[in-house]
Write a protein that binds this ligand. Structure first.
Ligand code: SF4
Ligand code: FES
Length: 325
């Protein structure tokens, strides 16, 4: 088993493990951010460069450092490798550059974007970004389009991470969308505005790290931090039926899959569960959803609040006694 040291933490990992996954095995702040890699989607990663790290020692056999930062999601660990992430100021500076590039064309429309509060780019720019743009040229602009009756595509917000394309390729039957063109004219599109219409297409919304693909049944209904996420399940013949209901009072505003601390879905869910089951009575409620990401949505959720168990007969006796006296 090759041994790797990341920011001073050493771990032995199975052959073929990437630096990013080795860092995830260690956990904590040393885990590089990942905007395009998705552990459940084969061949994802290598597009966004947010996960770059500095390899200060290549391996025990060849200890030369790698000359430039490498994408940790695509670089496999070698025995004796030493890696720096948050302990390297130069690397953090380089990541700042990557974030600046990602934001070149991305509109700063968080106040009106449905993804605000759970947008990985928003978190990333908060942690690593500059507080102003140095870009003077015109940004790319696109019309918003409907790809199917449930999904809205705001291409202006897309960072071309390819996650939705991988979902279409690997999860959905019959892919009808992908990346058209190359370079600064590359865009996500369907073939002549075809509709993305199959039982698994909603998962594209969940994997999109920004607000480029949004749920038309939820758009502009609420800010996500005003909603209450609850774990719930139902008997479904197509998917696991394990979801998160985002509630406002008793109203189910949206249904999503359950995401782990890296923002990745634990299970794909089908469109019937996602879009058609919007009544609380359709679901068996489990309890408040634990939100792992340090996002604003994890604020004000009293998931460990213990409800007082009230013994009604005891309460009645106390009230009677008080009344008599
Ligand atoms: S639409 Fe979203 S998931 Fe698809 S490539 Fe763009 S940013 Fe990635
Ligand atoms: S997460 Fe590694 S390049 Fe995007």
């Amino acid at each position: 088993m090759p041994k790797v040291t990341i920011d001073g933490h050493t771990i032995e990992v199975p052959e073929g493990t990437t630096i990013l996954n080795a860092a995830r095995m260690i956990g904590g702040d040393i885990v590089p951010p990942a905007m395009c890699y998705y552990s459940k989607l084969a061949t994802s990663g290598g597009y966004c460069r947010t996960c770059i790290v500095q390899v200060t020692k290549g391996s025990e056999k060849d200890p030369r450092p790698m000359p430039k930062p490498v994408a940790s999601c695509r670089t496999t660990v070698m025995d004796g490798m030493e890696v720096k992430n948050i302990t390297s100021p130069e690397l953090l500076e380089a990541r700042k550059g990557v974030v600046e590039f990602l934001l070149i064309n991305h509109p700063l429309d968080c106040p009106i974007c449905d993804q605000a509060g759970e947008c990985h780019l928003q978190d990333l720019s908060y942690e690593h970004g500059l507080n102003k743009s140095r870009y003077d040229f015109k940004r790319r602009e696109f019309e918003k389009i409907d790809i199917g009756d449930k999904i809205k595509l705001h291409m202006t917000r897309c960072i071309l991470c390819y996650r939705c394309v991988k979902v279409a390729e690997q999860i959905c039957p019959g892919r009808v969308h992908g990346v058209m063109n190359r370079g600064d004219v590359a865009e996500i599109s369907t073939y002549i505005k075809n509709s993305v219409d199959n039982e698994w297409s909603g998962n594209m919304i969940d994997v999109c790290p920004v607000g480029a693909l949004t749920d038309k049944t939820f758009r502009f209904k609420s800010r996500v931090w005003f909603t209450k996420p609850m774990d719930a399940h139902r008997k479904c013949e197509t998917c696991s039926g394990k979801a998160v209901l985002w509630l406002s009072g008793d109203e189910v505003l949206r249904v999503t899959g359950r995401k782990d601390k890296y923002g990745e879905l634990e299970d794909w869910i089908c469109n019937t569960c996602r879009f058609e089951k919007k009544n609380k009575s359709d679901w068996t409620m489990e309890g408040p959803r634990h939100i792992d990401r340090h996002s604003v949505i994890s604020q004000n959720h009293y998931e460990s609040l213990k409800q007082l168990k009230i013994d009604v007969s005891k309460q009645k006796k106390i009230a009677e006694k008080a009344h008599q006296s």
